[in-house]
Design a protein around this ligand. Structure first.
Ligand SMILES: *[C@@H]1O[C@H](CO)[C@@H](O)[C@H](O)[C@H]1NC(C)=O
Length: 169
């Protein structure tokens, strides 16, 4: 008898918890949530944002990251140096959505005047450090700011619990 009562209460509790989350997720009418973490420079004055979380698909879209630090300085004169700073910013972005490199679903990399003879091996090191994700590499004639050599954007899946906290708090 006591066991049946316990099971009944446990069932009610589970139902209540699921229901509350379900309700919050359903009534959240703003599907896309923008995040600009303090670890990355403030992009809003430049007319863009760093991260959009699709709260229905549990995916985070990260804007093209470059070798610019929190205070807006370009870090690195070579592709290898700029890749390191760019990766650092990508990891800050992943961190802001409680994801890591294993959550990456897509990487697009844009390299200024890409030269396969010298740049490919350098870029491959970044790919390996990011866990060899699904990647597209594109050579470009110009990037947003003079002095930048590379820009990398990515998408990553995020957890349900992260989305719940993002929109239900
Ligand atoms: C950004 O880089 C510049 C130039 O190297 C440096 O003076 C500044 O302290 C850096 N800012 C941060 C937050 O690391």
């Amino acid at each position: 008898m006591a066991r049946a009562a316990f099971l009944f209460l446990a069932l009610i509790f589970c139902f209540h918890t699921t229901q509350a989350t379900w309700f919050c997720l359903r009534t959240n009418n703003k599907r896309v949530r923008i995040i600009n973490p303090p670890t990355l420079f403030d992009p809003v004055p430049f007319g863009f944002s760093h991260i959009a979380v699709d709260t229905k698909n549990f995916v985070a879209h990260v804007a093209g990251q470059v070798a610019i630090n929190q205070t807006g300085a370009i870090i690195g004169d070579t592709l290898a140096e700029q890749l390191v700073e760019t990766e650092r910013n990508l990891l800050f972005a992943l961190d802001a959505v409680e994801a890591d490199i294993s959550d990456i679903t897509r990487v697009n990399a844009f390299i200024l005047n890409f030269d396969p003879r010298t740049d490919l091996s350098t870029f491959m090191m970044t790919g390996k450090r990011l866990g060899s994700p699904v990647t597209t590499l594109i050579s470009t004639g110009a990037l947003a700011i003079e002095g930048l050599l590379v820009e990398i954007e990515l998408d990553a899946v995020v957890s349900r619990s992260f989305v719940r906290r993002l929109i239900c708090q």
